[in-house]
Design a protein around this ligand. Structure first.
Ligand SMILES: [Mn+2]
Length: 426
């Protein structure tokens, strides 16, 4: 199913009137500040978030997986799904592939499909956390940190292969996330595991093309429950520094222990020019992978406040690679992703509204109350009219979720693909 501009323009016409008056309200509210709402609208329209190839299917847990019908059964169909998302939102113009779950059989054909949807290939994700059916070595006791050199080399080789596929597709970055760690005290020698990981990452980095970046993702626990080799941002930062200037830390919102101050991590990494990638999701307990902004929208805003500050003040930090990393157990994944994109853009818009000059002054005077007021004034502004204006400007649906339902997209996908298809990956 392909969404045309005709599909959307009828729907948009009905929406226009109400949001124009809401937008005017915002223009009046901010008229006494040197703030261009049109510039913010343009920034929102330009913001693109990669959709991971594994987010289009039903996720499930170790207890069960419930299909919802019309799931994409191939990489080609996954790209079609992202094409639908991008047509509705114009914010999902990139895909992040997971190898080998979504190895492109016919690279040329896959590139053509992506191009027809206006989708580029963002970071490539390697997988050394599970054994593939044809595996010659086992990752049961780790990959890049494994005590067995042959296993480490096997995992390094896999990453080299992922870079090779990525080059053919036009990607410019590799994300490495390791499940390596230990389930029990004494199982691993911490120092040996870390040193092996550093050496292995260096070998992967050695084959990284000059115009590529490598992102090192961290996570405190799971699937290992006693220790994880790359457990936190500090370890990732240290490893990135050990590899070289094109290696960066990747922050995944769900990969922190409860109450971790993620916005401070973001600020620290951007100051040091080492924040490379960002994975969006939300959580209450652990790596829950639920819809962005569904549980802690204020935390998301505070994180975006630091991201915006960094983007404006830290030329030493390169442009970031944005991706949604979530799993969908009870919702239609496409609806869930539309909600996530909306939450990301809301937080971004709110952060762009922060009166940075006034905040700086209040901070200099240690006027704590005023500092909080300034942040919360931005956070409590309903910025949705700005998102609607951005979407109309870029030819998307003003209200993507309503358009998705109105056009009966899931019903159409079920008609095309059947009720029993199963997505590859998770
Ligand atoms: Mn992630």
């Amino acid at each position: 199913m392909k969404i045309t501009t005709d599909h959307l323009s009828d729907l948009n016409e009905k929406q226009e009137v109400s949001y124009t008056s809401e937008l005017q309200f915002l223009r009046n509210k901010f008229s006494n500040r040197k703030l261009s709402l049109d510039e913010i609208i343009k920034k929102l329209a330009d913001f693109q978030v990669a959709i991971p190839s594994w987010a289009l299917g039903a996720g499930g847990t170790r207890f069960g997986r419930f299909s919802y019908g019309g799931e994409p059964a191939s990489l080609e169909q996954k790209l079609d799904d992202i094409g639908i998302l991008h047509a509705l939102t114009k914010s999902a113009g990139a895909v992040s592939l997971h190898i080998p779950w979504d190895s492109p059989g016919d690279v040329k054909a896959v590139k053509e499909i992506a191009q027809s949807h206006g989708i580029v290939f963002d970071a490539m994700n390697s997988n050394t956390f599970q054994n593939q059916p044809d595996a010659k070595k086992t990752y049961k006791f780790g990959s890049l940190s494994n005590t067995d050199k042959a296993v480490r080399e096997y995992a390094i080789q896999h990453n080299h292969e992922v870079i090779k596929i990525g080059k053919e597709l036009g990607s410019k970055s590799l994300t490495v996330w390791l499940a390596d760690g230990a389930n029990f005290p004494g199982q691993n020698n911490f120092q040996t595991a870390l040193q092996n990981t550093e050496d292995s990452l260096n070998q992967i980095y050695g084959k990284l093309p000059q115009d590529w970046k490598m992102f090192i993702e961290y996570k405190p626990y799971e699937p290992n429950f006693y220790s994880t080799v790359i457990q936190d941002w500090g370890t990732s930062f240290m490893l990135a520094n050990a590899c070289g200037e094109r290696a960066y830390t990747l922050v995944d919102l769900g990969h922190h222990l409860p109450n971790t101050n993620i916005e401070q991590i973001v600020a620290t990494l951007m100051l040091k020019g080492k924040l490379g990638g960002f994975h969006f999701n939300d959580s209450k307990y652990g790596d829950d992978d639920v819809t962005v902004g569904s549980i802690k929208p204020y935390a998301l805003f505070l994180i975006f406040n630091e991201l915006v500050y960094g983007m404006e003040n830290n030329p030493q930090n390169p442009g970031l690679s944005w991706m949604i990393d979530a799993s969908h157990n009870t919702k239609d994944p496409l609806e869930d992703l539309i909600q996530s994109l909306e939450a990301i853009l809301i937080a971004y818009a709110q952060a762009l509204l922060v009166d940075q000059k006034a905040l700086k002054e209040a901070q200099a005077e240690n006027d704590v109350v005023r500092c909080q007021e300034i942040l919360q004034d931005a956070y409590r502004t309903d910025v949705r009219p700005l998102l609607k204006a951005a979407r109309e400007k870029s030819g998307a649906a003003i209200d993507p979720l309503q358009a998705y339902r109105h056009l009966g997209i899931r019903k159409n996908l079920i008609k095309e693909r059947g009720t029993k298809t199963k997505a590859t990956g998770l």
